[in-house]
Design a protein. Structure first.
Length: 314
């Protein structure tokens, strides 16, 4: 048992380090190519912090553990919305000034609703995966186009402060990129071995493991990014990171995963999907026209998350 716990923890550490390397290398390379910090913050950083979910879900599907793959994404999105944004709002009330981020909220709600419709038949098939993946490319181009049109100096300053300067050499960028990808692949395999082993010992379904241990673990990069951004009073970074990751988790990660191997959704409860869509709509309502998430609303999100996790306890 202790050995399996060690595998889970060690796997999560490798995933976190791999995601960090990927974000740093990707951001550095993009800056060298002249990509603006705003575009980097809304695309590359979101992809990078979501890379653990992608690798874990893809490997889980490849080895036939599709319940973990789907549970990972659903659990991660609920965690991003309730745990991460709830915690960030408790640290410092968040007010978004970026119309780009504000436009992403309805996209997140729509993507969540589409996912629910796709799995009504009990499976997320390859055709569904292709549709989601094409949508992820369309979404990325949309974000890039809108961000390029955004001329607000304050917004660009906010995202510039959240993006580190390019590294000292292109060789270092290549090393961080390669190393980050390697750590992600190895970390995902180790995490899955540990999580599946724990599930068998306690006779817990793999989908519950995906919704809890794996989901929370793969959300650590988003938690770190949003928490640091909140401490620095950079609300747009915190909101953009969490919301962008939620969208890409559904469109890109599940799209790629379903293309690799159709995902069974039979173990996903109606409650799981209701919470997933419900908290997305709730976040939209809480932010409202003012686009402020205060401490009381952050506490509400955290309470919802605690109650949801309690429903998963056998």
């Amino acid at each position: 048992m202790l050995y399996l716990l060690f595998l889970v923890i060690f796997g999560l550490v490798l995933l976190t380090l791999g995601a960090e390397g990927l974000v740093r290398a990707g951001s550095s390379i993009a800056l060298r190519l002249g990509v603006t910090p705003l575009v980097i913050g809304l695309t590359i950083v979101a992809f990078g912090t979501g890379s653990p979910e992608l690798v874990v879900s893809a490997e889980a599907a490849f080895y036939g553990n599709s319940a973990i793959a789907l549970g990972n994404v659903i659990g991660s999105n609920i965690s991003n919305t309730c745990l991460i944004l709830g915690t960030a709002a408790l640290i410092y009330p968040m007010k978004s000034k970026t119309q780009v981020v504000q436009r992403e909220i309805p996209v997140m709600v729509a993507a969540t609703g589409i996912l629910w419709l796709m799995i009504i038949d009990g499976e997320l098939g390859r055709i569904d995966g292709l549709i989601l993946l094409i949508s992820s490319f369309a979404y990325t181009f949309f974000v890039y186009f809108i961000a390029r049109r955004n001329k607000s100096e304050e917004v660009h300053k906010t995202f510039s402060e959240g993006i580190e300067e390019p590294s000292s050499s292109k060789v270092l960028d290549a090393a961080m990129l390669t190393g980050g990808l390697a750590l992600l692949v190895v970390g995902a395999k180790i995490l899955l071995d540990g999580a599946i082993g724990i599930a068998k010992i306690f006779q817990i379904s793999e989908v519950v493991i995906g919704l809890t241990i794996v989901a929370i673990g793969t959300s650590l990069p988003e938690l770190a990014t949003s928490t640091v951004a909140s401490f620095k009073k950079k609300s747009d970074l915190a909101l953009g990171n969490a919301i962008g990751s939620n969208i890409l988790n559904i469109l890109c990660i599940l799209g790629v995963t379903a293309l690799i191997y159709p995902i069974s959704a039979e173990e996903i409860r109606l409650l799981d999907m209701s919470v997933l869509l419900g908290v997305a709509i709730l976040l939209w309502a809480l932010l409202g026209m003012r686009f402020i998430l205060d401490r009381v609303e952050g506490a509400i999100l955290l309470i919802i998350y605690i109650v949801y996790i309690y429903t998963l306890i056998p």
